[in-house]
Design a binder for this molecule. Structure first.
Ligand code: HEM
Length: 417
C-alpha cells in the first residue's frame, strides 16, 4: 500500500505562478510524484490534494467524504493580497460565511451539506437546470447573445470581452433562469455583480418572491414557491446561494475560451470551418480553462484507502480539477494542448458526483452560443491583451483563477449571426 508523498519541506501551498491556460508546472510535478500530495490549508492545518484524474473522481464520488467542516486551501498570495480577500465575485458562496444580516448562509449552501439535508435542497432546484430545460432556453439565449453582438459592434472597434460581452451574457441568462424580471436587472447587477451587504441582498430577494407570487413564471423562484417541503427561510437562503453562484464562472469561461482560441489560431480556424464543432469544443475549453485550482475541500469521515493510499479519518482532501484535467494518464500525451477535436467529456471543470455543478447544462448553452456568435460575427477578431495570460492572485477564499480584462480589436469585416 503506498503512502501520500511526503515532501522534504512538509506540506506546501498551492503554487501561484500559473495562469488558467498555462497552470503552474509545479502542479504537473506533484501529479507525476503522487496521486495525493500534502497541502497547507487556510487555517494552518495540513491536508492532501488529489492531483490525478482517477484519484480525484474517486474522492468526489465517495460518500465517506463529508463537505463539513469545509476548509479552504489557499495559494501563496492569500496573506499579502487583502484586496483579493475582499472580492465579492467568488464563483460560489464561501462556506461558513456569517453574513451581516445575522443569518448564516452556510445553512443553505449546498456545498457545505451532506446526505438528506443536501439532497432535499438540491432536489428543489435540479428540474429547472435539466438538459431539457437548457435546450428550451437556447432560442432565448441565442437572441440575447445576438443583441450583445450588436452592442459590441456599436461600441467597437476595441472592446473588453470580459466586461462588455461575457458578463452581460452570464448575468442576463442567470436572471432569466432564476426569475429576475428585466426591470430589476440593473439592481441585480448592482447587488450581485457589484458589492452589497447581505441585508440588501435579502431585501432584493424578498421583493422578487412577492413579485413571483402574484406573477408566476417558468423559473426557479416560481418552482421554489410551489415546493411544499420548503420553508420561507430555506427559499430565501437557496435564492441567496443561486443568485450568487455560477454567473461569474460562465463569464470567466466565455472570456477564457476567447483567449484560448485567439492564441491558438489553428483551433480557431478549425471551429470557423466547422461551427458544429463548437458544442464539443466547449468541453475542451472547460478542460483546459478550468478555473478551480481546487474544489471545496472534503473531509474523510473514517479511515479510507483511495487508489492504495491510506487517508486517516479527519483528513481534509482538496481535489484539483486543473491538475486532473491535464493528467496524461487520462488525456494522452499532449494534455496541455487545446484541441477542439478532442473528446473532453468527463473533465472535472464542473466537478463530479452528488455536488457536481447544478448549472452545467445551461452554462454549456451560454458558452456555446457566446463563443459561436463571437467568432462568426467578427472574422478578423484580434487579441490585444488579456490579463489572464499573466499569473494573478487566486480569488479567495476558494482557490479559483480570476477572470481579467480581455481586450480585442473586432476588425473591419463583420458577419451576421
Ligand atoms: C462555466 C460555468 C460554471 C462552472 C465552471 C461551475 C463549476 C462548478 C463546480 C466545479 C462545482 C462543484 C464544486 C465542488 O464539488 O466542490 C459547482 C457546483 C455548483 N454550481 Fe456551478 N459552475 C458553473 C455554472 C453554474 C451556474 C450557471 C449555476 C447556476 C446557479 C451553478 C450553480 C452551482 C451550484 C448550486 C453548485 C453546488 C451543487 C451542490 O453542492 O450540490 N453553477 N459548480
Amino acid at each position: 500500500m503506498s503512502e501520500p508523498a511526503q515532501c522534504p519541506f512538509h506540506a506546501r501551498a498551492l503554487p501561484g505562478d500559473g495562469t488558467p491556460l498555462s497552470p503552474s508546472p509545479r502542479l504537473a510535478q506533484w501529479r507525476a510524484q503522487a496521486a495525493f500530495m500534502p497541502l497547507d490549508f487556510q487555517d494552518g492545518h495540513e491536508g492532501l490534494v488529489a492531483t490525478r484524474y482517477e484519484a480525484a473522481i474517486d474522492v468526489l464520488q465517495d460518500p465517506r467524504f463529508s463537505m463539513r467542516p469545509a476548509r479552504m486551501p489557499v495559494g501563496p498570495n492569500a496573506a499579502d493580497d487583502p484586496a483579493a480577500a475582499e472580492t465579492s465575485a467568488v464563483p460560489l458562496e464561501a462556506p461558513g460565511e456569517l453574513d451581516d444580516a445575522g443569518q448564516q448562509s452556510e445553512e443553505f449552501n449546498l456545498l457545505t451539506l451532506d446526505g438528506e439535508e443536501h439532497a432535499k435542497l438540491r432536489r428543489a432546484v435540479t428540474a429547472r437546470f435539466s438538459l431539457r430545460q437548457a435546450r428550451m432556453r437556447q432560442p432565448w439565449i441565442h437572441e440575447m447573445v445576438v443583441a450583445q453582438i450588436e452592442a459590441l459592434r456599436a461600441s467597437g472597434p476595441v472592446v473588453d470581452i470580459w466586461r462588455d460581452y461575457a458578463q452581460p451574457i452570464a448575468a442576463r441568462t442567470h436572471c432569466h433562469v432564476i426569475g429576475v424580471p428585466e426591470a430589476r436587472y440593473e439592481r441585480f447587477v448592482e447587488l450581485f455583480v457589484g458589492v452589497s451587504t447581505a441585508q440588501q441582498k435579502y431585501d432584493f430577494i424578498r421583493g422578487l418572491i412577492e413579485e413571483r407570487r402574484t406573477d408566476p413564471g417558468e423559473d426557479v423562484i416560481t418552482d421554489l414557491l410551489h415546493d411544499t417541503d420548503l420553508s420561507r427561510v430555506e427559499i430565501e437562503g437557496l435564492l441567496r446561494l443561486l443568485l450568487g453562484a455560477g454567473r461569474d464562472s460562465v463569464a470567466y469561461l466565455i472570456a477564457t475560451a476567447t483567449v484560448a482560441l485567439l492564441i491558438n489560431p489553428d483551433q480557431l480556424s478549425a471551429l470557423r470551418a466547422d461551427p458544429e464543432r463548437v458544442t464539443g469544443a466547449v468541453e475542451e475549453f472547460m478542460r483546459t480553462g478550468a478555473m478551480f485550482v481546487t474544489l471545496f475541500a472534503r473531509t474523510a469521515r473514517e479511515d479510507v484507502v483511495i487508489d492504495g493510499v491510506p487517508i486517516a479519518a479527519g483528513t481534509s482532501v482538496a481535489v484539483s480539477p486543473v491538475s486532473a484535467n491535464r493528467d496524461p494518464a487520462q488525456w494522452g500525451d499532449r494534455p496541455d494542448d487545446v484541441d477542439v477535436s478532442r473528446d473532453a467529456f468527463g473533465h472535472l471543470g464542473f466537478g463530479q458526483g452528488i455536488h457536481g455543478c447544478i448549472g452545467q447544462q445551461v452554462a454549456r448553452v451560454e458558452i456555446r452560443e457566446g463563443i459561436g456568435a463571437l467568432i462568426t460575427a467578427f472574422p478578423d477578431l484580434e487579441l490585444i491583451e488579456a490579463e489572464q495570460l499573466s499569473p494573478m492572485p487566486f480569488a479567495h477564499p476558494v482557490a479559483v483563477y480570476e477572470a481579467g480584462a480581455v481586450i480585442v480589436r473586432l476588425g473591419g469585416a463583420t458577419t451576421a449571426v
